[in-house]
Unconditional design. Structure first.
Length: 682
C-alpha cells in the first residue's frame, strides 16, 4: 500500500544526469581546454537528448491534425527556449557596451544579430573555424551555434515525422534510419566547417535520439507521459517496467556505457573527432536505452546540474570570454569565472526560468516580443545614435543634387565645383594650427560627447578633401579627430629632389608618434610612390621605393593602437577633359567614349604603369604591416567593366572628379558609404 502511494519522480532523473555530464564536459572544454580537449562532445550528447524529446512530443500528438501537431510542437519548444535565450543576448549586449573592450563591439553586434535569428551556425566563409573562434573568445555568442542547429532542426522535424508516420508502421524505424545514414554520409564527406555547422550534417545525431524513443520505448510498450511545461521529459511506468526481465539484465550494460562515455569525453588528450564523435553519439543513445534507475545518473546533484544545464550553457561562455579578453590568463580569476557561471545559472533557473514556464500564453508572447525588440535596439545602438547625431547637426549630403536635375545642371555644378575646389578643402569646424590651411594640422571640433576614439586623418590634399565627410561619419565614435595634410606629398615616400615633401615625410611620422591615435586614415592620391622602377629591378625586395614605404608604415603602425586604413591607388586623369564631361554627354558623346577621353592623355601608358605598380606596392604593404593595415579600395565603386575604365561621372554628367584632381562633393557622396561602414565598425 505504501509503495502504491509513494510519489513517482516527475521526470527521468537518469536523462537529467546525462545532461549534467554533458554540460560538465562542455564547461571543462571551454574553461580548461588543455585538460579536457574532448569536452566539446557534450554538445553532441545534447543533440541526441533533444532528438529523444522531440520524438516523444511528436509521437504523443501523432493523432492530432497536422496543423495542430506542428503548431503545438513549435509552441512548446520555443516557449522552452526563447525567453531565456533572448534575455541572455540582451544582458550580453548590455555587458558588451559596459564592460568589454571596445574592439570587441563590432564583432559581437554582428554575431548577436545572427544569434537573434538563429543562424549562428552559418560561417561567413569556409575558412571560419569554430575552434579558432573559441581560442580567441572575442565573440560572446559563439556558443549559440548549437541552439541555431537545434532550432533549424525544429523547423524540419515535424514535417519529417508526418511524412514517415504516413507510411506503414513497420517502415517507421527503417525510414528514420535511412534519413540518419544519409545525414551521416553528408557529415563525413563535407568540408569541416559545413560538417560541423550544418543542420543537415547533424540530423543523424537527432535521429539517434528519435530511434532510442521509437525502438526502446515503443518496443517495450512503456507508458510515457508529457509533464508540465516546467519539465517536458518522460518517465517510465515502474510497475510495467518491473514486469520485464529486460530491466534485470541491463545494469551491467548501463554501467559499461556510462564508463566508456565518461572516459571518452573527459580524457586529457585529444582523440580523432571523426572516430570519437560517432562513438559518443551512438554510445549516448545506447546509454539512454539502459540507464533508467542508474543510481549514478539519477543522483540528486548530477540531475540538478542537468536541470540547470540550459541556463549554464547560455551563461558560461560570455563570462569566460570576458575573462579571456580582460584577465590576462589569471588562473584564480578563471576559477572565479567558472564559479560565477554556476551560481548565476542556478539563480536564473530558480527565478526567471521557472517563472516564465508557468506564465500564460499572452504573457509569454508579450515577454518574447519585448525581449526581441529590446535586443534589436541594443544591437543597432551605434547606428541609431549616429542617425540621431546626424539629425541633430542637420547633416545633409554635400553635393546638393536633386532627382529632377538635368545635364544642364551638371554643366553648372561641375563648373562651380572646379571653381570651389580649393575652398572646399577647408574643413569649417577644424581648428588649424597655422595659417597654411587647408594644409598642415588641425583639430576637429563639434564631436559627439560620447565618442571614445582618437582618430588621425593624414595624407596629401585628399585628406583635406575627405575631412568634412569623415567628420560627419566618424564624429559619433571620436573624442578627437586630428587632421594633417601636405600639398602634393605622400606620407610614405618622397622624391629625393622634393625638400618640402622630405620635411612632411618626417612630420607625419613624428606627429603620429606624438598623438598615438587609436585609428589612422591615410588618404592620398598616389604621387611619388608611383615612381617607376629601374629596368634592372624586378622584385619588391629590390624596389627602393617600396622599402622606404615599408619602413615608414612600420614606424607609423607602432604608434597606432588598432588599425591604419590606407586608401588604395586611385588613377590620374586628363585634367582639361574634366571640364568637358557634361558638355560631351549633352552633345551626344557616349559615356564609354567619355571614359576613354578622360584617360587618353599623352602620358596614359606611363600613368597606367605607375598606377598598377602603386597598387602592387600597396598590396604587399598590407601584408607586411603586421596585421594593422587595411586597404580601402575605391576601384569597385568607380570602375566600369563595360568600358574598361574608371567611370568618373554619373548618367546625368555630374562629375566625381574636379580639374584639381580631387573628388567633387558628388564624388565624396559616392564614397561616403565606404567610410560610414568603416566608422561604424571602429
Amino acid at each position: 500500500m505504501n509503495s502504491m502511494n509513494r510519489q513517482e519522480p516527475s521526470k527521468r532523473l537518469d536523462l537529467q544526469g546525462i545532461r549534467g555530464l554533458a554540460i560538465l564536459a562542455v564547461l571543462g572544454f571551454h574553461f580548461f581546454p588543455g585538460a579536457f580537449p574532448n569536452g566539446y562532445l557534450g554538445v553532441d550528447q545534447f543533440f541526441v537528448l533533444s532528438g529523444f524529446l522531440m520524438c516523444m512530443l511528436l509521437k504523443r500528438a501523432e493523432n492530432e491534425p497536422a496543423f495542430t501537431l506542428i503548431g503545438n510542437f513549435y509552441y512548446k519548444r520555443l516557449k522552452r527556449i526563447l525567453p531565456l535565450y533572448l534575455l541572455v543576448i540582451l544582458v550580453g549586449m548590455i555587458c558588451l557596451y559596459t564592460f568589454f573592450p571596445d574592439i570587441s563591439i563590432e564583432t559581437n553586434q554582428k554575431s548577436a544579430t545572427r544569434a537573434l535569428f538563429f543562424v549562428s551556425n552559418r560561417p561567413s566563409s569556409l575558412q571560419d573555424d569554430y575552434f579558432s573562434m573559441l581560442s580567441m573568445a572575442i565573440d560572446i555568442f559563439t556558443h549559440t551555434w548549437s541552439l541555431s542547429v537545434e532550432v533549424q532542426f525544429y523547423i524540419l522535424v515535424p514535417f519529417m515525422f508526418l511524412i514517415v508516420t504516413r507510411l506503414p508502421a513497420r517502415f517507421h524505424i527503417a525510414s528514420f534510419a535511412i534519413i540518419g545514414i544519409t545525414s551521416l554520409l553528408h557529415f563525413n564527406f563535407s568540408p569541416a566547417p559545413i560538417a560541423f555547422n550544418s543542420v543537415f550534417a547533424r540530423v543523424w545525431q537527432f535521429i539517434i535520439g528519435m530511434l532510442v524513443y521509437l525502438k526502446g520505448c515503443s518496443m517495450l510498450k512503456r507508458d510515457y507521459t508529457i509533464l508540465s511545461d516546467k519539465e517536458e521529459d518522460c518517465k517510465f511506468s515502474k510497475e510495467l517496467a518491473k514486469s520485464h526481465s529486460y530491466f534485470n539484465n541491463v545494469q551491467a550494460s548501463s554501467y559499461s556505457s556510462l564508463a566508456v562515455l565518461i572516459i571518452l569525453t573527459f580524457l586529457p588528450f585529444t582523440l580523432s573527432s571523426s572516430i570519437i564523435r560517432p562513438l559518443v553519439t551512438i554510445g549516448t543513445g545506447c546509454l539512454m536505452l539502459t540507464s533508467e534507475g542508474n543510481p549514478i545518473l539519477s543522483n540528486k546533484i548530477l540531475s540538478y546540474i542537468g536541470d540547470i544545464s540550459y541556463s549554464l550553457y547560455l551563461i558560461h561562455w560570455p563570462i569566460y570570454a570576458y575573462w579571456k579578453l580582460t584577465c590576462k590568463g589569471d588562473s584564480i580569476l578563471l576559477i572565479c569565472a567558472l564559479i560565477s557561471s554556476i551560481v548565476l545559472a542556478i539563480f536564473t533557473f530558480e527565478t526567471f526560468e521557472k517563472w516564465y514556464l508557468k506564465i500564460s500564453n499572452s504573457s509569454l508572447i508579450i515577454l518574447v516580443t519585448l525581449l526581441f525588440v529590446s535586443n534589436g535596439g541594443l544591437i543597432k545602438k551605434n547606428q541609431i545614435s549616429n542617425e540621431i547625431y546626424m539629425y541633430q547637426r542637420n547633416i545633409t549630403s554635400l553635393d546638393d543634387i536633386t532627382s529632377n536635375m538635368t545635364v544642364d545642371d551638371a554643366i553648372r555644378l561641375n563648373y562651380q565645383w572646379n571653381v570651389d575646389d580649393g575652398p572646399n578643402l577647408f574643413v569649417s569646424y577644424c581648428v588649424y594650427e597655422s595659417d597654411t590651411g587647408p594644409f598642415g594640422w588641425c583639430n576637429h571640433t563639434g564631436l559627439s560627447p560620447s565618442g571614445k576614439y582618437k582618430i588621425a586623418v593624414f595624407g596629401n590634399s585628399w585628406a583635406a578633401n575627405h575631412g568634412e565627410m569623415i567628420h560627419q561619419e566618424c564624429g559619433h565614435k571620436a573624442k578627437i579627430i586630428i587632421q594633417g595634410s601636405a600639398n602634393a606629398c605622400d606620407p610614405l615616400y618622397f622624391s629625393p629632389d622634393s625638400v618640402p615633401c622630405r620635411k612632411n615625410f618626417t612630420d607625419f611620422e613624428e606627429r603620429v608618434r606624438l598623438e598615438k591615435p587609436d585609428f589612422a586614415f591615410m588618404l592620398t592620391r598616389y604621387l611619388a610612390i608611383g615612381e617607376l622602377r629601374p629596368p634592372n629591378v624586378t622584385t619588391l625586395e629590390q624596389d627602393s621605393v617600396y622599402q622606404v614605404m615599408k619602413q615608414q608604415i612600420l614606424k607609423l603602425s607602432e604608434n597606432v593602437k588598432y588599425k591604419i586604413y590606407i586608401m588604395n591607388a586611385f588613377p590620374r586623369i586628363d585634367q582639361p577633359s574634366v571640364e568637358m564631361i557634361a558638355k560631351w554627354l549633352k552633345n551626344g558623346t557616349s559615356p564609354e567614349e567619355v571614359d576613354k577621353r578622360l584617360f587618353n592623355s599623352k602620358d596614359a601608358v606611363i600613368e597606367q604603369q605607375s598606377y598598377e605598380l602603386t597598387r602592387e606596392r600597396y598590396a604587399q604593404l598590407e601584408k607586411d604591416c603586421g596585421g594593422k593595415c587595411i586597404l580601402v579600395d575605391y576601384k569597385p565603386t568607380f570602375f566600369n567593366p563595360q568600358s574598361g575604365f574608371y567611370r568618373m561621372f554619373d548618367d546625368r554628367g555630374f562629375s566625381y572628379y574636379t580639374s584639381g584632381l580631387h573628388l567633387t562633393p558628388h564624388g565624396v557622396e559616392l564614397v561616403r558609404p565606404i567610410w560610414r561602414n568603416i566608422c561604424d565598425s571602429l
